[in-house]
Design a protein around this ligand. Structure first.
Ligand code: ATP
Ligand code: LTN
Length: 343
């Protein structure tokens, strides 16, 4: 058989995979958001064609104060730059500035079943914690998330473990649409980093650390000062036994070990060796210091970006224009397939 010689002319460059992820501006991001999602985004952004957004449309599924929301959107946008995402190489944008997200979400709503949404764990949890406002947006939240992902034909979606169920729905919706109309959407895979996939609350280590938790002692915010971080980690709930090792019934210690491991790259065995014969006081001090050092450069860059709001707005507008070009291509394809008449 004739051997095919690959030359510069006939080479089919392997298509770079695409990733997309978003974070809600529903409060100040926590160490959980950072270790579970943002840190991976930076690592992956060097390797993939990437788009990252502030999911502000998602944030209004829970009642927000307009002034606070406006502030938080810009804070989280500044944070995306502070973690090192390069807006020249990645698409970094604000979801509501790209109308295609809301447009595709409406269409996909009509290809999603009521029963599929009703069994979403996050919907059940949030309907309990916001019993006075179980709005339809909260219910169809995963459809908007599917629209975010499918518009960019993302291959991979880096998220924390809590978002796995929403990713499965996005895949189901995409498969269903492709089944009816022929291949339209790339089927996305979740990318869930091993460590930090689920950082737990410092006050109740059976619950995930959440930026909307009413008790600020339960989370470390990425903008907390070193003193606050040390105080919060020192008051983290552990157990009365005293040994630093990973095990059943040691949720608090397991959580701190996970955090320490993410910040230092040490394995659990190495951590157990480091703290053999030592108490929780020494351990918590070491965890606190590791977290302070991990977040220090992020906080410093964040403070620098926040001083220049005009620059942030300009970067966001450019990001939205680029995002719209990509998203509109997919939206037009979908609209044609559904039978709409394009202008
Ligand atoms: P809220 O608490 O307002 O519901 P959230 O922090 O859970 O918000 P997002 O802001 O949308 O949710 O999350 C952004 C990313 O951070 C997602 O990929 C999510 O999986 C991840 N994430 C959130 N909390 C944690 C956590 N405790 N541990 C690991 N990853 C997390
Ligand atoms: N629901 C997500 C935030 C989010 C998202 C997305 C994540 C909105 N749209 C698209 C990945 C891809 C959450 O993490 N709570």
């Amino acid at each position: 058989m004739e051997e095919k010689i690959i030359t510069a002319e006939n080479a089919q460059p392997e298509k770079r995979k695409k990733i997309l992820s978003c974070i809600q501006p529903s409060g100040i991001p926590t160490l959980g958001n950072y270790l579970g999602a943002l840190k991976n985004w930076k690592l992956l952004s060097d390797e993939f064609d990437s788009a990252f957004a502030v999911a502000d449309l998602h944030a209004i599924t829970v009642r927000q104060d307009p002034q606070k929301l406006r502030k938080q959107i810009m804070e989280v946008f500044a944070l995306l730059l502070a973690i090192g995402l390069d807006p020249e190489k990645n698409i970094v944008f604000i979801q509501s500035q790209v109308p295609a997200h809301a447009q595709l979400a409406w269409i996909l709503n009509c290809y999603t079943q009521f029963g599929e949404m009703a069994r979403m764990t996050q919907f059940k949890d949030k309907s309990q914690s916001h019993a006075d406002n179980i709005n339809v947006g909260l219910f169809s939240y995963p459809v908007l998330m599917a629209a975010d992902i499918l518009l960019y034909q993302a291959d991979l979606v880096p998220v924390g473990a809590d978002q796995k169920q929403h990713l499965e729905i996005a895949r189901d919706i995409a498969n269903r649409f492709n089944g009816i109309y022929g291949k339209t959407f790339t089927i996305p895979d979740p990318y869930i980093g091993k460590q930090g996939a689920r950082v737990m609350s410092l006050q109740d280590p059976t619950k995930k650390m959440s930026k909307s938790d009413p008790n600020p002692k339960s989370y470390v915010s990425v903008f907390d000062t070193p003193e606050t971080i040390m105080k919060k980690i020192r008051s983290a709930v552990t157990d009365s036994e005293g040994g630093v090792y990973y095990g059943d019934g040691k949720d608090g210690v397991n959580n701190l070990m996970g955090i320490y491991s993410c910040c230092t790259n040490l394995s659990y065995e190495q951590i157990e060796r480091e703290f053999a014969g030592k108490g929780y006081g020494d351990f918590k001090n070491a965890v606190g210091e590791a977290v302070v050092e991990e977040l220090r450069p992020v906080r410093e860059r964040y403070e620098m970006y926040m001083k220049d709001q005009a620059y942030l707005k300009e970067v966001a507008a450019k990001g939205a224009a680029t995002a719209s070009r990509v998203a509109d291509r997919t939206l037009s394809k979908v609209m044609k397939k559904c039978g709409f008449v394009l202008p």
